[in-house]
Unconditional design. Structure first.
Lengths: 215, 228
């Protein structure tokens, strides 16, 4: 029986990859690199580690494509599994790892043209930094469900598939994680402004960050 | 729905696509009668907004562009290294049925060869008649056929090897000659008489060729004068 989210195109690509088709590998990379990279970035807070993890995930697929079993899940779940293990290992190796500061990222963006824009940017930066730090401070098991379900908009079922655990576990971990986040962000964090920004509207400052994400 | 149940499903109230409609409706109804849970829902909503902002900032972020060429170069190197293995493996995968059949046939042929060889050896061994001093040399023909000799290039069933043999007076009787040997020797003519053979007017010190049958125990069993 085909698993959920089974993508026949991926299956064909994997078959081609196994027979040594370079273009198949390139296609798989282009399709899935962003998801893996963002997951690793949210989990680690480090672009360097996210890059390393992305490379490791695809190198593992390259080295031994036979290990991927399409009947056990889609290729993305397989890559997530590898990325997840690498992130955890790397984090255990370096417990002092600190997230990249938002200021470092914003250094690359054009300076605001007015004081209003500057204030907007500063406010956004502060808010994002606070939330990101709160996410990064969560225990890994809680952080990964927040990253998958809240930051990468996975359904419970897909997150469960990628984390290789029951849906109920994802749900309960997510509730616990969100309670922890609320506790961390309570006070100034959940400000009136944030409530007003309910939804996915991207403020101007955030839009600049998005545009500069890929160098 | 009580407060604990409400808090467990608060996120689903904000994301109704991930929860049953009834559950969402019950949750919302609960907020009308419980101020704490209403506040909790507001906090959840604010958290959702914060997380959405964070997600939006990173929604287009991708791996740096230099990663792809690095991986592709690694992939090409890997392909070069693996080409022979990959071709071999692909051949095995594609033709495994034929390869398995060929392997089975080879094993079967070896088994049949070994069995037949063993059987013929057993049959030949069983066909060796006990060589007795009372038997005429001809009666030992089958037995002599399996004896190893320096003339073993002759066919094993050639009865001529047994022609003209005379059993020696002191040889053991009734013993099988299986495993014995025929040896070409030279002996003084004077010894012929002691073996019960005619001297045929040959001088006593003249050496004459003869074939002797040596039993497995190393004793002489029969003799004949070599004619060639």
């Amino acid at each position: 029986m085909a698993p959920k989210d089974f993508i026949p195109a991926d299956d064909a690509l994997i078959r081609r990859l196994r027979s040594g088709d370079e273009e198949a590998f390139a296609t798989l990379y282009r399709e899935h690199q962003a998801e893996i990279y963002r997951f690793a970035l949210h989990m680690s807070g480090s672009h360097t580690m996210a890059e390393e993890v992305t490379q490791e995930a695809f190198l593992a697929l390259m080295r031994d494509p036979e290990r991927f079993d399409p009947l056990r899940g889609p290729i993305l779940a397989y890559l997530f599994g590898i990325a997840r293990n690498h992130v955890r290992r790397a984090m255990e190796r370096d417990r002092r790892m600190q997230p990249l500061s938002a200021d470092q990222e914003l250094d690359n963006f054009p300076a605001p043209s007015s004081s209003e824009a500057e204030a907007d940017r500063s406010d956004l930066t502060e808010r994002i930094e606070r939330v990101r730090k709160a996410v990064l401070s969560l225990p890994a098991t809680y952080r990964e469900v927040v990253v998958l379900c809240d930051l990468q908009q996975r359904s419970y079922a897909r997150a469960a598939e990628q984390l290789d655990c029951p849906v109920g576990t994802v749900r309960s971990r997510l509730n616990r994680a969100r309670a922890l986040l609320m506790a961390k962000l309570s006070g100034t964090a959940l400000s009136r402004e944030s409530s007003e920004r309910n939804g996915a509207r991207v403020p101007a400052g955030a839009q600049r960050i998005r545009e500069g994400g890929r160098a | 729905m009580n407060c604990n149940e409400f808090r467990e499903s608060a996120r689903e109230i904000l994301h109704p696509e991930s929860a049953p409609v009834d559950s969402v409706r019950e949750g919302l109804a609960h907020t009308l009668v419980c101020e704490d849970c209403a506040a909790y829902l507001m906090a959840e909503r604010a958290l959702d907004a914060q997380l959405s902002e964070l997600a939006a900032v990173y929604s287009e972020v991708q791996a740096p562009t230099h990663v792809e060429p690095l991986l592709m170069a690694a992939y090409r190197n890997r392909l070069k290294e693996d080409r022979p293995k990959r071709v071999g493996r692909a051949f095995v995968v594609a033709h495994w049925r034929w390869l398995a059949t060929a392997a089975c046939a080879a094993v079967a042929a070896i088994v049949i060869f070994v069995v037949l060889h063993h059987r013929s050896a057993v049959i030949t061994a069983r066909s060796v008649a006990p060589y007795s001093s009372h038997a005429t040399p001809r009666s030992a023909s089958t037995g002599a056929a399996v004896l190893v000799s320096d003339n073993s290039s002759a066919p094993a069933t050639d009865a001529s090897w047994a022609d003209g043999f005379v059993a020696l007076p002191d040889s053991a009787t009734g013993d099988s000659l299986e495993g014995g040997a025929i040896l070409r020797i030279e002996m003084p003519a004077s010894a012929l008489a002691s073996l019960g053979l005619p001297t045929m007017g040959v001088q006593g010190d003249q050496m004459i060729p003869a074939d002797v049958v040596v039993g497995q125990d190393g004793t002489l069993r029969a003799i004949r004068l070599a004619t060639d």
